[in-house]
Design a protein around this ligand. Sequence first.
Ligand SMILES: Cc1cc2nc3c(=O)[nH]c(=O)nc-3n(C[C@H](O)[C@H](O)[C@H](O)COP(=O)(O)O)c2cc1C
Length: 254
Amino acid sequence: MTPGLTRFATVVADVAMCPVWGCRSTHVWRSRGLRLATVKRIFLGVTGASGAAYAAAALHALTAAGCEVGLCVSRAGAHVINHELLLAGRDAPKDPDGVVREFVARSATAPGQVTILGRHDLTAPFASGSSLAPAALICPCSGSTLATIAHGTARNLIHRCADVMLKERRTLVLMTRETPLSLIQIENMATVTRAGAIVMPASPGFYNAPTDVRQLVDFMVGKALDHLGVRHALLARWGEDGMTISGEPATGAA
Ligand SMILES: Cc1cc2nc3c(=O)[nH]c(=O)nc-3n(C[C@H](O)[C@H](O)[C@H](O)COP(=O)(O)O)c2cc1C
C-alpha cells in the first residue's frame, strides 16, 4: 500500500467507530476502514442560504473524487438552487424535486454516485449512527438549519444526519452564509463548535489572487473537502506549487 493510501485508510478508520467493539482502535476495523476509504460515503445537505454555486461545486468535486454522495436538499435549498443556478426566477419552484434532479444532472460528474434522499426520509442510512458514513457537509448552511442543529430539535433528514455526526463524534462541516451575524447566530455557531462541528463561513481568501468567481467558490469547497478527508485539486496551497506571489514570503496565510 502506498504511504498516502495507508494514511487515508488510517484516517477513515480513526473517524469511524468500530461496530463490533464500539471503540476507535483499529484491529480488524482497520481493514474495514480501508474498504471505506476506497469508496467514501459522504452526506451532502443543501439548505436555503444563498450560495448554491458552493453546493454545485461540492457535488462536482465529491463525485469526481469517487465518493458515494447521499444528497438531501431542503425546500428552501431547492428554492435557492432554482433562483441562483437554474435562473428560473424568484418564486419558489412548483416542482422542488425536479429542481434537485436537474441540479444533480448539471453538477455531478457521475450522477450514478448520487442518491437523492427525501427531506423527511428517516429510513435513510444517514439517519442512524449505525451507518458507516464518516462525514457530512451542509453547504450552504442557513441560519435556520444552524439553529436547529445547535438545539438538537431535528425536523428533517439534514438536521438528523447532523445530530448523528455529532453524537458519533464524526466529521460535520457547516458552510454557513449570512452577514452580518446576530448574537443568536454567533452563539449557535459556538454551540455547534463545542459539540464538535466545524463551522466554516463562506468567506473565501483572496491571497491566491483569484481572477474569477469560480476560483472563490473552489477555494471554499476545497477547504471543506480538506476537512472531510477527500482528495481534490481545487485550491492552490500557500507556499506549495509555486502559489506564492513573486517576492512575497510564504508565511502568514490561514
Ligand atoms: C433566495 C434566497 C436566499 C436566501 N439566503 C439566505 C442566506 O444567505 N442565509 C440564510 O441563513 N438564509 C437565507 N435565506 C432564508 C432561508 O432560506 C430560510 O430561513 C429558510 O427557512 C431556511 O430553511 P432551511 O434551513 O430548511 O433550508 C434565503 C432565502 C432565499 C429565498
